[in-house]
Design a protein around this ligand. Structure first.
Ligand code: ADP
Ligand code: MG
Ligand code: MG
Length: 893
């Protein structure tokens, strides 16, 4: 052993406990392979096989070339290293021993499947080759060995088809068309297999197709077949569709794919053979029942391709979709019980819902794959919560497993029940949710339409080439395929509503229309699908926001128990406040009072007030405005029922309220009945070169205190009438203690005059760098700080929020900036200032309450930062509240 040169192990072996041959474990042991067993080394498929192998589950033996092999392939200038290939060849000898079969020879030829698989499962991204090892001679041998020449030649036909399309790049449709033509010629009824004679004709035709299109032929040498296939899988890592998928899913381009080489088992050896897919729970609804499909006398790729509609595995599943064909449970109860036993063991082992592929060869069950199953958003949440209730995972794990997008999708709209809809037909409810859109039949059409309108992609079945257009579509409808077909799996992963297998729908490509019964729907007309029920509905329909599902509420309750920070909402209307309250907020963190002047009649009053130079009429107008603000405040206080509300006094520069266009100015002159010259003069006076850094916020109050006084009067009077109010008055754009002292005096005077018995708090926005730096002198003057991250980002980076988009995009494209600082907090810069404000503020005022308002309050990664620096609360827009809560909770686990 000592003199043996230490070489790297590129392979990981599996499945050797479960072969027919009495394989000497010693043999395996001597050649022990020590590749690290984890998903990034073996890819998720290789990892699943390795784990099943360790559990002693029935899997066909084989080995995985580790993902480093793929990186090595690119380092070597897209060449498979000799060292790796040598190890593969040596390993094949062991596989031959284990299976008692021979690669490229007889008496029983060893056939292989060659499968790709990266760490993140990318369904259908890189194609699998089956039946590799067949050539003219071995096919004949296989016929003899199995005494089934039709089986052997059908396998050969499949191999040539796959090799030709996957490895040699010939359009797969050419093969499909050729075989269809021969079927018609030979009068073979639908669904029946080809005769041996017909198979020979097909194979000859296939060989011709390959020759015509490439000027060469596929290799008869089985080792060449294997070597080319391994290289092709590594190469497919960079195929456009794989790259698209990675981009859509933020997967690192450096990870690489593993290659799994496995002895074949045959689901196509007669009536006691089958192949199928199984989920340990329903991937669409999350229901805790086995869910899956199978095809008798078939090989796996037929199921995934969605070209045929398979049978259900459970009786319940069959009854649910009212299928006539027997379920696996009814037809093969023993296999079914073996399978369900293994399935639940796998779910327990991996601690998550599994997606399992299996094949039965002549009555014997083999597992081919297991992985954490893709699921719809509602299923994701339901499964996590169910598993917690079953005692399999804890609450923290539930929070980790629920994605922000899952939570958002749980709130997606459903059909408005108060409308009449025309249900055209029913398909399989493959992925929940409602989508309306203009129908399109090709990726090109989807792309064109999606620029302007919502699109529904309608296809017979989808293939990995459709990934890009599926991402652009609002929903997907297929006429063929089952619930485990490509379209269904991908749609669930993307969170798109999807209906599969809508048989009554025909795509009439020549006439560019859909035919459903008597109805013809031309391309580009509206159609609606409800992926929750499987209903295909005529036209565009109304949807409503659904009531939160019980799972959603459980999830929110878990988040509430776990998070430390309070979550508030930014709201200024009763409607927004009600939405936020329905999500369970601890108060309003930002009520922007200027928003209360946005309706046309109030805008008119406001404009008139700021354009009037005569003090007397200003006072009248302010009184009018006071009255309406008071009504608004009262209504808000009432819905809040004693929860705190932070009211920010007027913030924007006055010119924001003024029209700029001559036509608008002319209209305004008529509305407010003032001379044009006067109005124009006043507008010119109010105009600023740089209004964001200009006359706004506290500065406005210091120069024109009347407006703040009006707002304060409205607040105190409203509070006095409602009584149950936790009022927090907030001053914007403060940079110095003198401003606070000046304005607090005004507030206190009005308070004493109007509502001395009402309690209130005063706080300031920290949104200028100087305020953050001066936190120690500001904090003793106030009860709270609210960090205004929008303006603080603007003033710290010196980038205007309104003009930044033009160049920030370029920064990002050139890799100079990771994220838009107005979306995700710049932790090093703005974050450092916030940290200073917190430390200095709290050192001068230990009980100072500190929160944030601004877009960052709803951004998960920013929220994590706010948790880490110990803020008391975050405030975000109402519909962001669930996300903010989840993020605040996730930040604690
Ligand atoms: P995907 O990543 O698209 O799921 P797989 O590598 O799992 O691709 O292969 C697709 C199908 O090919 C499997 O579902 C299975 O039915 C079939 N298959 C793969 N390996 C074998 C094998 N060793 N024996 C028989 N069928 C296989
Ligand atoms: Mg698979
Ligand atoms: Mg601001």
């Amino acid at each position: 052993m000592l003199n043996k040169k230490q070489t790297k192990n590129w392979l990981h072996r599996f499945g050797y406990d479960y072969t027919n041959e009495p394989l000497s474990k010693a043999l395996c042991g001597e050649l022990a392979i020590e590749a690290k067993c984890d998903p990034s080394t073996l890819g998720s498929k290789g990892y699943g096989l390795a784990q099943m192998s360790a559990l002693g589950f029935p899997i066909p033996p084989g080995f995985t070339i580790i993902t480093e092999g793929c990186r090595n392939y690119y380092e070597k200038g897209e060449r498979l290293a000799q060292e790796i290939w040598d190890q593969v060849v040596a390993e094949l000898q062991l596989l031959e021993k284990a299976t008692g079969k021979h690669f490229g020879g007889g008496p029983f030829p060893l056939l292989l499947s060659v499968r790709s698989g990266a760490k993140a499962s990318m369904p259908g991204m890189m194609d699998t080759l089956l039946n590799l090892g067949l050539n003219d001679a071995t096919t004949e041998l296989l016929g003899h060995a199995t005494n089934d020449f039709r089986f052997a030649y059908d396998g050969y036909r499949r191999f040539i088809e796959m090799y030709g399309s996957v490895i040699m790049g010939i359009d797969h449709h050419l093969f499909v068309e050729a075989i269809e033509a021969i079927k018609r010629q030979e009068n073979i009824p639908l669904g029946a297999g080809l005769s041996l004679g017909a198979l020979h004709t097909v194979i000859d035709r296939y060989k011709q197709i390959i020759f015509t299109h490439t000027g060469t032929t596929y290799p008869q040498d089985v080792f060449k077949q294997l070597k080319n296939s391994i290289a092709a899988i590594f190469a497919s890592w960079n195929s456009p569709r794989a790259v698209t998928y990675r981009r859509l899913n933020q997967i690192d381009d450096q990870e690489g794919t593993a290659v799994t080489i496995q002895s074949m088992v045959f689901g196509n050896r007669g009536a006691d053979s089958l192949t199928g897919v199984l989920f340990t729970r329903n991937p669409s609804t999350g229901a805790p029942t086995l869910f899956g499909e199978y095809l008798i006398n078939a090989q796996g790729e037929e199921l995934v391709s969605g070209l045929v509609t398979p049978q259900q595995i459970t009786k319940q599943g069959r009854e649910l979709i009212q299928a006539k064909e027997d379920s696996l449970e009814e037809k093969y109860p023993i296999i079914f019980s073996q399978l369900s036993h293994l399935a639940s063991a796998l779910e327990d082992h991996f601690g998550d819902m599994q997606d399992i592929e299996y094949t039965v060869e002549q009555g014997r069950l083999w597992l081919l794959q297991t992985r954490n199953g893709k699921r719809s958003a509602s299923a994701a949440v339901k499964i996590a919560i169910d598993m917690m209730q079953e005692g399999k995972i804890d609450g923290q794990e539930v929070l980790k497993r629920i994605d922000y997008s899952d939570l958002e999708r749980l709130l997606h709209p459903t059909l408005d029940p108060n409308q009449t809809i025309e249900v055209l037909t029913q398909g399989l409810p493959a992925a929940p949710g409602v989508a309306s859109g203009l129908i399109a039949f090709s990726p090109e059409a989807v792309e064109a339409i999606s620029k302007k309108e919502q699109v529904l992609l309608v296809r017979e079945e989808t293939s990995p080439d459709d990934i890009g257009s599926m991402a652009m579509a609002a929903g997907i409808l297929t006429t063929k395929g089952g619930m485990t077909a490509h379209a269904a799996v991908v749609a669930r992963g993307m969170g798109k509503p999807c209906i599969c297998g809508a048989h009554a729908v025909t795509i009439d490509l020549p006439n560019q229309c859909l035919v459903i019964g008597q109805k013809k729907i031309p391309m580009g007309s509206y159609l609606t699908i409800d992926g929750t029920t499987g209903q295909v509905i005529s036209g565009k329909v109304a949807t409503i926001r659904q009531k939160p599902l019980p799972e959603f509420l459980t999830c929110m309750a878990l988040a509430d128990q776990t998070k430390r920070m309070a979550v508030r909402a930014n709201a200024e209307t009763v409607q927004d406040a009600a939405v936020a309250l329905s999500f369970g907020i601890s108060g309003i963190g930002l009520c922007r009072t200027e928003h209360m002047f946005f309706s046309p009649d109030r805008m008119r009053m406001f404009r008139k007030m700021i354009l009037t130079s005569a003090t007397a009429s200003r006072v009248d107008l302010l009184a009018e405005l006071m009255a309406v603000q008071k009504i608004d405040f009262k209504a808000l206080f009432q819905v809040l029922n004693g929860l705190p509300i932070t009211v920010r006094l007027l913030d924007p520069p006055l010119h924001e309220f003024l029209p700029s266009h001559p036509k608008e100015v002319a209209d305004l002159v008529v509305q407010i009945e003032r001379p044009l010259a006067e109005v124009e003069k006043r507008i010119a006076q109010l105009c600023e070169v740089n209004p964001m850094l200009g006359h706004r916020g506290a500065r406005l109050a210091i120069t024109f205190p009347e407006i703040y006084k009006m707002q304060l009067q409205a607040l105190f009077e409203a509070a006095l009438e409602v009584k149950q109010v936790a009022l927090e008055i907030m001053l914007p754009l403060i940079f110095d203690a003198q401003e606070v002292i000046f304005l607090k005096k005004i507030i206190e005077e009005l308070h004493q005059k109007i509502a001395p018995q009402i309690q209130y708090k005063v706080g300031i926005m920290i949104e200028l760098p100087r305020a953050a730096l001066q936190a120690a002198t500001l904090a003793p003057l106030v009860d709270f700080f609210s960090i205004g991250t929008n303006d603080l980002t603007q003033t710290t980076l010196g980038i205007s929020r309104d003009d930044g988009a033009k160049f920030l995009d370029v920064y990002r494209a050139k890799g100079l900036l990771k994220a838009d600082p107005f979306v995700t907090l710049d932790q090093e810069g703005v974050g450092a200032l916030i940290q200073i404000a917190v430390t200095r503020g709290r050192s001068a005022h230990p009980n100072l309450k500190i929160g944030i308002c601004g877009e960052h309050g709803g951004d998960p990664s920013s929220i994590q930062f706010f948790e880490s620096i110990g803020l008391d609360y975050i405030s975000c827009s109402p519909y962001r509240v669930p996300i903010a809560k989840l993020a605040a909770a996730k930040a604690r686990v």
